[in-house]
Ligand binder design. Structure first.
Ligand code: NI
Length: 225
């Protein structure tokens, strides 16, 4: 499942972040890719050593955690500190699947990557190309969202970023270790949660809805082991 979450950041938040990012230090992105991924990766990353990095990273994670849609879809257990990338001058990232295990550089902890998130920090009209293409069992999805919006997709999907032929594409990206590792189970829980939310608004807290809500929680209890 791919999920678009609008307005994770306000335009003012995006502008403030971009002012810091654009003036900061960027390094070659291939240094942080796995061996195979490094061969197809051509972008830059905001230096995680720079003084401004941690504040920006925490602001992205906090903004996502305030979004009920994100929480319901990703069921986050732990979030790897968000990073930032920039594509310009033909920069691209060819087809790859993200490493299954990523290390949190701050704590040394290892996380299993279940859910991938991109938060767009450039407006679509500010660059040509740069679409995020995600392949799943239902085909190929092309994503290019307004600044401040996020896309959430399973980390198990093959994906790429098309070459940015003009302008600059800045985004934040991160991985989530979910309470529910299996994408199919996460998807079922999300659908159930959303359907219950709508039903409750339509007919109130009937005893049937209370029963189904109980089933949601009991499934989550089963699957979050
Ligand atoms: Ni990737």
């Amino acid at each position: 499942m791919m999920l678009h979450i609008p307005e994770v950041l306000s335009k003012a938040d995006v502008l403030a972040m971009r002012n810091v990012l654009d003036a900061g230090k960027w390094v070659d992105g291939s240094a942080t890719a796995g061996t195979l991924a490094a061969e197809v990766k051509c972008n830059s990353q905001f230096s995680t050593e720079s003084a401004q990095y941690l504040g920006l990273s925490q602001a992205i994670a906090a903004a996502l955690e305030r979004q009920p849609l994100f929480v319901s879809a990703a069921l986050p257990d732990r979030i790897l500190p968000p990073m930032f990338n920039r594509y310009a001058g033909g920069g691209t990232y060819g087809n790859h699947i993200d490493n299954a295990i990523q290390r949190d550089r701050l704590t040394g902890d290892r996380l299993r990557t279940d859910v991938s998130v991109t938060v767009f920090l450039s407006e679509p009209e500010d660059y040509e190309g740069g679409e995020l293409i995600v392949e799943d069992t239902y085909g190929s999805h092309e994503v290019k969202l307004p600044a401040g919006d996020a896309i959430v997709y399973p980390s198990s999907s093959l994906h790429r970023v098309e070459p940015v032929t003009s302008g600059v594409r800045v985004a934040s990206f991160l991985w989530v270790q979910s309470l529910v590792a299996d994408a199919w189970q996460r998807n079922m829980l999300f659908d159930l949660d959303m359907a219950l939310l709508k039903l409750r608004a339509q007919v109130g807290n009937t005893s049937e809805i209370v029963t189904l809500t109980g089933h949601y929680h009991n499934l989550l209890r089963q699957w979050s082991k």
